[in-house]
Ligand binder design. Sequence first.
Ligand code: KG4
Ligand code: ZN
Length: 354
Amino acid sequence: MALVSPLSGPILGIESSCDDTAASVLGPDGQIIAESVARQLDHEAFGGVVPEIAARAHLALLPALVARTMAEAGLNFSDLGAIAATTGPGLIGGLIVGSGYGKGVAIAYGKPFLAINHLEAHALTARLPSLGLGAEFPYLLLLVSGGHCQCIAVEGVGQHTRLGGTIDDAAGEAFDKVAKLLGLGWPGGPALEMLAAQGNPTAYRFPRPLAGRAGCDFSFSGLKTAVATVIATFPHGALPREAAADIAASFQQAVADTIADRAAHAMAMFRELHPTGNLLVVAGGVAANATLRAALLAACDKARFRFAAPPLKYCTDNATMVAWAGLERLRAGAQGEDLAIAPRPRWPLAELTP
Ligand code: KG4
Ligand code: ZN
């Protein structure tokens, strides 16, 4: 029997590394055939993602979600060219569920399995043909989500240079923690942005951690402490709404200024590595923030970089980015993994192979 190339059939992608359960099917050219995401809301009452709850929810949601997505695509597993699943980094329970499910389908139907690094999936999203962002290698990625905050030079499939990252909290984590201090719900970013719209961003002068410092590392814990200190000056439970709005707006401005400063440094570092490179791509849930986008746009203008942001649903966790990363890896010559590959809670980009 002639061997059929995995690139001749559609690819199924699975994402389950945090609190979103997602499946997607892409055609061999990268066109989106069907995609679904189930955002787990069970964590709301706890004010953050609870790993064990996330793992159980992935287990409960994933099989039906994949079946629905395949049905929407009008495909059976036997029609697939390959299966790609996020295998790290992330919460181990969810990674076991998603990659285990993907391997199961791969074994049952004799298809190649691609173990996808979640960070690489975010990094390669900008190249998804239907987005039309024209992201050719190399480009600079700023990933700002609830779990990650880093600047990466994306040089090729499996070729990434991490230029810097957070030394304490991720940007989204800072938004979530400050939102909690302000008595807002979870996830805190969107609620905080809404409150900030009614406040004065210059009412409080919060620190811009590491701003002006060499490199492009980030730090948010000192900023969070500064906000907590201001809130503590009000009697417990008696923070007036106007003051809360001013605090939210001032905090948001401090984060936007800080990230824009770090991104400016990252662009300079990127230029040293790639003198002709001129594209900054932003990804992650925090990329939804309009104040941050405006600050980044200004920084890009100044550095003569083009600024690109995928639509929000591809900035946040999704399985289309996982399937696309799988397709990119196949195109780059990947054959599929040895199925003994284990999920990795920690999996730095530096450990990927071209
Ligand atoms: O990428 P994402 O959906 O999930 C991961 O963390 O992987 O990012 C979620 C994070 C949360 O921390 C949330 O508060 C933050 O993104 N976020 C925002 C906004 N929308 C979501 N932060 C600031 N402003 C927003 N509009
Ligand atoms: Zn993510």
